[in-house]
Design a protein around this ligand. Structure first.
Ligand code: C2E
Ligand code: CA
Ligand code: CA
Ligand code: CA
Length: 278
């Protein structure tokens, strides 16, 4: 019985070890990847559709593995958030984008740049100090920065998130509510968080050209943004029909494959240079 118990204990121990290694493996790979600079910013152009000019970009993270594979955020962001690695990853991404965009700012000093934050960033003010420290002395001024909070995840503490947002705004940066109409907040986040910008999800943009009920929702979102004095950015614009519809409704900012997908830094800089020759 003693030997059986010992074997059992060893089997359990090996099982626990293998389980931990399976879960710990990917988290460790993320931590190593951050240290090795494998999380790189891609930049999706945001276009002022009233003028056709490049207004700014949204920074979207990609994981460039050592073997050259480019992993989209859908495959690792959730794990990075659950493990806390999202915090150092976000800082590394902001630093990389700040450095990489320096050339773009020489040509286009008005360029705006948006970063995605996750719900946990709004639990305390660390992000406020980090933003100040990272962008201090860079050509990117505070009023050209935007931070996006998604409605897809519930915020843990709305009054606290409101406070963090107010502190970011006190620095001069703008805050956007992302994925409006698709997630937890419903309209309440729009009322409670005091954001400056509303990002209309692709789901609504996709409704253009379909049935009149879906279009009615698009129209009312545009009206809501106007009535609340929020800038509206339409995302996921893929067709000229969608683009023309939004323009006719008075939407000013748009991003989507009809213009460009998220681009690696070198390509984004080429685009800036092509659109703004010296
Ligand atoms: P999101 O913030 O809503 O970003 C927009 C997503 O739509 C991006 O996917 C973008 O590539 C994609 N997209 C843009 N235009 C079009 C279009 O015309 N058609 C289609 N089909 N898709 C379009 P991506 O880069 O895979 O990012 C997915 C999500 O991952 C983002 O959604 C965001 O929630 C999250 N994410 C990305 N980067 C970061 C980051 O640095 N930090 C955090 N916390 N989340 C991030
Ligand atoms: Ca976003
Ligand atoms: Ca979005
Ligand atoms: Ca979206």
């Amino acid at each position: 019985a003693n030997i059986g118990g010992g074997v059992f204990a060893i089997v359990v121990a090996v099982g626990v070890y293998l389980f931990c290694r399976r879960m710990g493996g990917p988290v460790r790979e993320i931590a190593d990847g951050i240290r090795d600079g494998e999380f790189v910013p891609y930049y999706q152009p945001v276009i002022d559709i009233t003028t056709g000019k490049l207004a700014g970009c949204e920074v979207l993270v990609r994981w460039r593995r050592r073997n050259g594979a480019m992993i989209p955020p859908g495959r690792f962001i959730a794990l990075a958030e659950a493990s806390g690695e999202i915090f150092p990853m976000t800082l590394a991404l902001m630093e990389a984008a700040r450095d990489e965009l320096a050339d773009a700012y020489a040509r286009l000093p008005q360029l705006k740049v948006g970063f995605n934050l996750f719900a946990g960033h709004f639990d305390d003010s660390d992000i406020v100090d980090d933003v100040q420290r990272i962008f201090e002395g860079s050509p990117i001024r505070m009023n050209q920065l935007m931070f996006e909070v998604t409605e897809r995840q519930p915020l843990n503490d709305i009054p606290r998130a409101r406070l963090v947002i107010a502190k970011l705004q006190a620095l001069g940066v703008r805050v956007a509510l992302d994925d409006v109409g698709t997630g937890h907040g419903g309209l309440s986040y729009l009322l409670k968080l005091g954001v400056d910008v509303m990002k209309m999800d692709k789901m609504f943009v996709d409704a253009v050209g379909t049935d009149r009920y879906s279009i009615a929702i698009v129209d009312s979102m545009v009206k809501l943004a106007n009535d609340m004095n929020l800038e509206l950015i339409a995302e996921g614009v893929e067709s000229f029909e969608q683009l023309e519809y939004l323009r006719a409704k008075g939407v000013r900012m748009a991003q989507g494959y009809v213009f460009a997908p998220p681009l690696p830094g070198a390509m984004f800089l080429q685009l800036v240079a092509a659109m703004n020759p010296e």
